[in-house]
Write a protein that binds this ligand. Sequence first.
Ligand code: URA
Length: 293
Amino acid sequence: MGLAPVWRLRAGGAEERADDGVVQAVETLPEPVASAPDLGSAASPLSAPPQSAALSPAPSSEHEVRPARVVLPVRDPVPRPTATAAASSSARREEVDPARAGRIARMDWDELEADIRACGACRLCEKRRQAVPGVGDRGAEWMFVGEGPGSEEDQRGEPFVGAAGKLLDAMLAAIGLKRGENVYIANAVKCRPPHNRTPQADEIATCHPYLARQIELVRPRVLVALGRPAALALLDAEISIGASRGRVFRRGDTPVVVTYHPAYLLRNQADKAKAWEDLCFARGLVQELAGQP
Ligand code: URA
């Protein structure tokens, strides 16, 4: 049905001015020439393409390049942080109590979730109804990281169960994935920021030992950062999503792909196609790492 991506190399790299005003080099990206699946409108964000169509491989020709092959082997392992962001985010991560981080680093799942639920390490605990540890397959190949719980998540204790979560589910379905099956979902911060504000760098840093332990326990093949705060949590660097799409970053040995946050996509429907490209890119990477043709 023409839903699968056909990748063509765009000629040469480019420089783009990111939304934060920082000029960053953009690598040559594979450019999809097929249309993205319908991820739905804001009113009805659930529609996703039939899996067979979304997953069917594109016919090959000498101009077509599978996405993962464009970037592998993984290079440029650490994103180049902007000077100010690097100073603020890494300084704050270093300020996190090392004894607490060490204790969390040794926890099993039950201890970890109990500790998250009882956490009072930052101001976010003051206004939360409950902490929201994470959900899904603890042996998943895919791990998606969002920003922080919103109102519905705070009520239900599960990440991405509101409108953004419905869109995330549709995005997962578009690449043949399903919440809870080979997918683990977590957030950069485990407690709802008041009025759904963006979590601050020090809150992300304080919560980071929990995210780090979740990643260690899941050991995913790929991490997908949904939005800038998630990328900050995973990479300890401020990046522009627009300028970082199509690149493979690394967190230790684990590749990290960045894309837009579903809540942003609900407000910017035109970028849904880009998010789908990013997920196809990540899927190519996972297949490559799994040694699948
Ligand atoms: N947005 C997030 O980043 N995480 C959630 O769990 C819900 C909305």
